[in-house]
Design a protein around this ligand. Structure first.
Ligand code: AP5
Ligand code: MG
Length: 223
């Protein structure tokens, strides 16, 4: 199964994708996480992405499309859940073209809808693990030991692009460049709108209900 998760910055894409990936055995591919790994490793790609990410703008399509095509190729057998990609209509078109070329398609698009005030509180309280990418929140999703990752004990950090002025730009980019992607998918696929203002477990339940039903329908069709 190939899933795309759409949503504003801080809507909970990473949090829900990790849970989807565990429950359904899918590869979780986050374009933001891959870019942060490239930056940490000091690669050319990471260097190219730095200024865009630090200002809250989008990294150019050609860089992202190539990077994600490489990552997606590795997931041809397992299925995948895409987090933060595609983020422009051009990226969505390129993704569809490359999947169609391999006889594949996006099966489900989930769109996390959230109020701006809720999102601001989530982003200022977010802490992440620089080693494994696990995401926590100082109030809503605390690690077992304060400031340490549950998985590997690494010191949790605040993302540099979670500062107020950068967040403003990330929202601008979302409204101008990513919202049209929702309409693109509404014209080409079925898009499931999810109320992402709810607590983490309730959002997961909404997501799992949709995915469980779709999987059931697919297996009924095969029988
Ligand atoms: P990226 O890393 O993708 O950032 P983003 O889209 O801004 O989204 P976030 O990761 O901030 O939020 P999220 O929705 O994953 O929320 P999370 O689960 O962490 O991109 C970063 C940058 O990379 C971009 O600005 C751009 O420069 C570049 N980039 C990436 N992809 C690109 C692309 N395709 N094209 C061009 N450029 C690209 O949750 C947030 C917090 O809330 C956490 O603390 C979490 O614990 C908490 N939380 C989550 N859900 C809930 C809930 N239901 N209730 C309470 N708290 C919750
Ligand atoms: Mg994320």
């Amino acid at each position: 199964m190939r899933i795309v998760l759409l949503g504003a910055p801080g809507a909970g894409k990473g949090t829900q994708c990790k849970r989807i990936s565990v429950r359904y055995g899918l590869l979780h591919l986050s374009s933001g996480d891959i870019l942060r790994q490239e930056r940490a490793a000091g690669t050319e790609l990471g260097k190219k992405a730095r200024s865009y990410m630090d200002s809250g703008g989008l990294v150019p399509d050609e860089v992202i499309v190539e990077m994600m095509a490489e990552a997606i190729k590795k997931a041809s057998q397992t299925g995948l859940v895409l987090d933060g990609f595609p983020r422009t209509v051009n990226q969505a078109v390129k993704l569809d073209e490359s999947l169609t070329g391999n006889g594949q398609r996006i099966d489900v698009v989930l769109n996390l809808n959230i109020e701006q005030e809720v999102v601001s509180e989530r982003m200022t309280g977010r802490r992440s693990c620089p080693k494994c990418g696990a995401v926590y929140h100082i109030k809503n999703l605390k690690p077992k030991v304060e400031g340490k990752c549950d998985n590997d004990g690494a010191e949790l950090v605040q993302r540099p692009d979670d500062s107020l002025d950068v967040v403003k730009n990330r929202f601008r980019a979302y409204h101008e460049q990513t919202k049209p992607v929702v309409d693109y998918y509404k014209n080409n696929n079925t898009v499931y709108d999810i109320d992402a203002n709810r607590v983490v477990d309730e959002v997961s339940t909404l997501v799992f209900d949709i995915l469980d039903t779709l999987i059931e329908v697919r297996s009924d069709r095969r029988q």
